[in-house]
Design a protein around this ligand. Structure first.
Ligand code: GLA
Length: 726
């Protein structure tokens, strides 16, 4: 078992492949955190219990005077508000008397094989019970009757642990859950640098990195989605850690709505990180006997650098988060009409699209926004999910038949959580959108947000989608979400439950995604939110790929994809070649190949030369599919630190194949350019396919690949394909 309870010292020890995590039951039944880091044996762990006890001005625990214990100077496993710990609180309830003092103490625990699902929430899963062990530690606050179970699962084959929290009301009075973080981690010292992914529309997931300072540093969303602006991911890395060296603690929340990650460094230079649902705008009324589950948090530790941290996330998500047919099946090579036509299309245009697409070797046509209601512009019809026959003159089935006759699969776009004021559905049900009594409704992209916290509303929307999907031969759905939530109240809920609406909304979304993927298991669901505004593990549980950004410029995509790869695998990043701007098709392809590849252009407008070039690209896409989708990523040169070159490499699991891609952002003159590769087998010999030269893995990783005389120029790029000779 990867989890043990050492009776004598009352210590829980969780061992994963690359980490050990230790906490225990201290005097007074406090749960105290002892260690998180590289693997250590069971011997000597007792020594970890030796603590300072108390410090001036840090109150003693009232129940623990005899053993000198101040919660404020003790690393706590799950901190609470108001009972002596003044640092960040992981948990607080407001009781029926209106106060928020909360104090959780250990009651019992159990260790089991495997992992249970989280009701109503996306979460990592196990393929068989031997992959993981689970620890559930029950704690309680005697005064409020809050029973809180801390749930830990160790993924034996990875340096990964998941955590979540179950709250039950075991009293006879209701209380409010005010704060419920999914994890709390106390670490000694503060010599870490924090990495996070920030951005905005068309510039998602840029990398930020900064030393921790005293006080609190935070990243958050209160937009009703994980957002373009911050991703629910952070890493604390040792000073100077790079792709290959250094300690890295990565944290990612499996959640698609308001999150918060706070890191506090206190006066004793110890660090606490809490991560979970953003407490701002959240309050959950829990009646006696009811229970509540927090979203799941993922923790990854390695002392082999940021690159290895990313690869652990990638393997874990590819094997234990992505589900269904498309986890392993090769994804169809698609063309999406959005950048090619916008909403300006009809039956003939799309059929012509399909014919040209087939001609160049594509496998699926995705009809984007504009096929329903009276949708010619973004100011109408969201929610009217029936076909616009004035555009698709032979109906949806007539169009799909002709597309299928070209031997192409068919995909379709929906934006199921949105409603246009100019729509039949809004005219019939003006109260179905999120709104707050007495206030004007904020509008964005001429649309409102449907109140997905209401079951009858969700059911109505899903029944329309179900009709479309069950009556037509559809293989793919793009689920879009093009605005953030405002005036978040629910017309149906009583006042004490209004603080639940953000969370209920995302639970509603998860429920519909679950129904869709259960009813139509063959459908490939791709998420999107104005590009990558909801790129998070919660969404990946339902959709194996997410449209990474509306920005398809290959040079700007470099930072977006580089940042995204910090914790999300290549197979999850929708990446398309489009007709836009500065580079040629070669670089567009080389960059888009770092993801779930496709095209987003009007094939009718391609010249014969461009068509021929794209045909060649498609052959390369098939050739490299496996090494990119199932291989390991090594980031070689980062766009965040190098203004001239960006380079990355995929290596197959057996280390027999590698694909290196280099993009020259700006023309480089007279440089001796040796690129040191990574992840190869030093003993193996590799042939460079393009030149026929052979080098040992040791040479390529230590001396490097000499690229001095490769092509140069602004936006020029090339690939180097290596095959082992052994
Ligand atoms: C969003 C998406 C685009 C496209 C449009 C359609 O912006 O990111 O890819 O689907 O909506 O309105």
């Amino acid at each position: 078992m990867s989890i043990k309870f050492i009776e004598d010292s009352k210590i829980f020890k969780l061992d994963s492949k690359t980490s050990t995590y230790i906490f225990g039951v201290f005097e007074g039944n406090y749960l105290v955190h002892y260690y998180y880091g590289a693997p250590i044996p069971d011997t000597n762990v007792d020594e970890l219990r030796v603590r300072p006890g108390f410090a001036s001005f840090c109150p003693d625990s009232p129940s623990a005077r005899v053993f000198n214990f101040s919660p404020d100077v003790t690393p706590l496993e799950y901190s609470t508000f108001g009972a002596g710990d003044f640092r960040l609180s992981a948990f607080a309830v407001k009781n029926s008397e209106g106060n928020k003092v909360t104090d959780l103490r250990y009651v019992s625990h159990k260790i089991t094989k495997g992992k249970k699902a989280l009701p109503g929430l996306p979460a990592l899963y196990v393929n068989n019970e031997d992959e993981s062990d689970t620890l559930e530690v029950v704690t309680e606050d005697k005064v409020t009757g809050a029973k809180v179970t801390l749930i830990y699962t160790v993924f034996n084959n990875y340096g990964a642990i998941t955590r979540s929290v179950k709250v039950e009301n075991a009293s006879d009075k209701p209380f409010y859950i005010d704060t419920v973080h999914s994890l709390c981690v106390d670490m000694p010292g503060a010599d870490y640098e924090m990495m996070d992914l920030y951005g905005r529309w068309v510039k998602e997931r840029s990398l930020d990195r900064y030393p921790l300072h005293h006080g609190i540093q935070s990243i958050k969303s209160k937009r009703g989605s994980s957002s373009h602006n911050h991703n629910p991911f952070t890493a604390l890395v040792s000073k100077g850690a790079n792709e290959e060296y250094g300690e890295c603690y990565g944290f990612n929340l499996v959640y698609s709505s308001n999150f918060s990650i706070d890191v506090e460094v206190d006066g004793f230079r110890s660090t606490r990180l809490v991560m979970g649902i953003n407490p701002e705008g959240f309050s959950w009324y829990l009646a006696p006997g009811e229970e509540f589950y927090s979203p799941e948090a993922v923790m990854v530790y390695t002392n082999e650098g940021i690159g290895e941290m990313s690869r652990i996330f990638h393997r874990l998500y590819a094997n234990n988060l992505i589900r269904g047919k498309w986890k392993k099946a090769k994804r169809p090579l698609l063309i999406n009409n959005w950048e090619g036509t916008g909403m300006n299309f009809d039956h003939d245009k799309l059929v012509s699209f399909a014919k040209h697409a087939k001609d160049i070797g594509l496998e699926m046509l995705v009809m984007d926004d504009g096929w329903f209601g009276k949708r010619d512009h973004d100011n109408s019809s969201l929610g009217d999910w029936y076909v616009a026959e004035y555009k698709l003159q032979k109906g949806l089935s007539g169009l799909i038949k002709e597309v299928n006759d070209c031997d192409l699969k068919f995909g379709i776009w929906f934006e199921p959580e949105m409603i246009s004021p100019d729509s039949d559905i809004y005219r019939a049900h003006p109260d179905w959108c999120l709104h707050t009594k007495g206030r004007d409704k904020s509008i964005a992209r001429t649309q409102y947000v449907i109140d997905y916290s209401r079951k009858e509303v969700r059911d109505h929307i899903y029944s329309m989608m179900y009709d479309v999907l069950s009556n037509n031969n559809i293989d793919y759905v793009k689920w879009d979400f093009n605005r953030n939530l405002t005036e978040v109240s629910c017309a149906e809920l009583p006042p004490e439950k209004q603080g639940e609406v953000f969370h209920r909304f995302v639970l509603g979304t998860y429920e519909i995604m679950d129904r869709l993927t259960t009813d139509f298991p063959h459908i490939l669901l791709e998420n999107c939110s104005g590009g990558g505004g909801r790129f998070d593990p919660g969404m990946l549980y339902y959709s194996p790929q997410i449209w990474t950004s509306d920005n398809t410029d290959p040079i700007e995509r470099l930072t977006i994809q580089y940042g995204t790869s910090l914790c999300y695998p290549a197979s999850t990043m929708g990446a398309h070649v489009s007709a836009n701007r500065r580079t040629g098709y070669e670089t567009k392809m080389n960059v888009a190949l770092w993801g779930s590849f496709g095209y987003e252009l009007d094939p009718d407008k391609l010249t014969p030369e461009e068509k021929a070039e794209i045909k060649d690209q498609i052959a390369l896409y098939h050739k490299y599919y496996d090494v990119i989708h199932y291989g390991d990523l090594y980031r070689l040169i980062t766009p965040f630190e190098n203004e001239f070159h960006v380079a990355w490499e995929f290596v197959s699991e057996d280390k027999n194949e590698a694909l290196v891609t280099v993009v020259e952002i700006k023309r480089v003159y007279d440089e001796f350019f040796m690129l040191r590769l990574k992840g190869l087998d030093p003993e193996k010999y590799y042939e460079i396919e393009e030149t026929g030269d052979t080098f040992s893995g040791a040479y390529l990783m230590n001396a490097g690949l000499n690229l001095t005389h490769r092509p140069h120029g602004d936006g020029v790029s090339y690939r180097v394909h290596l095959i082992s000779k052994d």
